[in-house]
Write a protein that binds this ligand. Structure first.
Ligand code: 4AZ
Length: 276
């Protein structure tokens, strides 16, 4: 999230520098966010609802311009984090980004496999609060529909998948070490849904954000080591075949006592009027 962006940006600059052509105007202040620490490679063909959010103009072409993740929630809509489309991450207002894309079916970002689809509209959750990070979600409309088989159902309120102790998986192309090593291919890690009290105690309110159980989900491992990280933001947290969260924020990556915080998918589904 926002306050980690300076660190994330370090990695992105390194990536952009590897590109043959640097963007004319590199994003000034930020990049995207965080994936997967302590996980391993997976095939996007088996998890086709995981997509990359990309802009080559803003982030360079080496890794297809990827800077966040997203989840396909209908043939023409993708959920991502609100903070992924704010100017803090993009470096310019969203309206100035002319090549915002959703990339589906591309395992390795250095290739051209799969589909690159233009984003025709962006709706940020009107209830997003960038101080607490509550409601960190945005809905992207695609210019061209994806196959129905790519769509993942969104968990509803009170879904059993939200119970503490449930095993979930988080997916992304983000930092795999916490040190700015962005993945070229999709990674995933298994984490447990944790009791809200764990995150309420870890994040009672600071410059990083404040854990709010109504709009957030707490997930990780008590001993740390498995987590989302910079570049994974907006990407899916999935349990029992349903989308339960979006990578949103946390203090560092994989630190014991510092679980990952996810946007509660059932809460934003209601606001953005999508399934759930
Ligand atoms: C980020 O900066 C970020 N470990 C995302 C997820 C987590 C931490 C930071 C969770 O986008």
């Amino acid at each position: 999230m926002r306050r980690h962006i300076a660190r994330a940006w370090t990695g992105a600059v390194a990536l952009a520098a590897g590109a043959a052509v640097l963007p004319l105007a590199a994003p000034g202040s930020a990049v995207a966010d965080s994936v997967v620490i302590g996980g391993g490679p997976v095939q996007v063909s088996e998890h086709p609802w995981v997509v990359a959010i990309a802009s080559r103009d803003r982030f360079g072409g080496t890794r297809s311009g990827q800077f966040c993740g997203g989840a396909v929630v209908s043939r023409t809509t993708v959920l991502t984090a609100a903070h992924c489309v704010d100017s803090g991450v993009l470096g310019v207002p969203l309206s100035e980004v002319r090549d915002l894309k959703v990339i589906a079916g591309r395992n390795d970002l250095r290739t051209s496999e799969g589909d690159e689809i233009t984003v025709s509209n962006v709706r940020t959750n009107p209830e997003y609060n960038s101080s607490t990070n509550s409601g960190d979600a945005a809905l992207l409309t695609l210019a061209k529909p994806l196959p129905e088989s790519y769509v993942i159902p969104v968990a509803g309120r009170g879904d059993a998948a939200y119970r503490a102790g449930t095993i979930a998986a988080v997916y992304g192309w983000g930092d795999t070490t916490g040190g700015g090593q962005y993945a070229n291919s999709l990674h995933a890690a298994h984490v447990h849904v944790l009791a809200d009290t764990v995150c309420e105690e870890a994040y009672p309110g600071s410059a990083d954000g404040k854990y709010l159980a109504a709009t957030m989900v707490c997930a990780g491992e008590r001993q740390g080591g498995k987590d989302a990280c910079q570049g994974d933001s907006g990407g899916p947290l999935v349990a029992q075949g349903r989308l339960i969260g979006l990578v949103s924020w946390g203090s560092g990556c994989g630190r014991p006592g510092r679980p990952g915080v996810y946007t509660r998918a059932s809460d934003v589904a209601k606001i953005l009027r999508i399934r759930g």
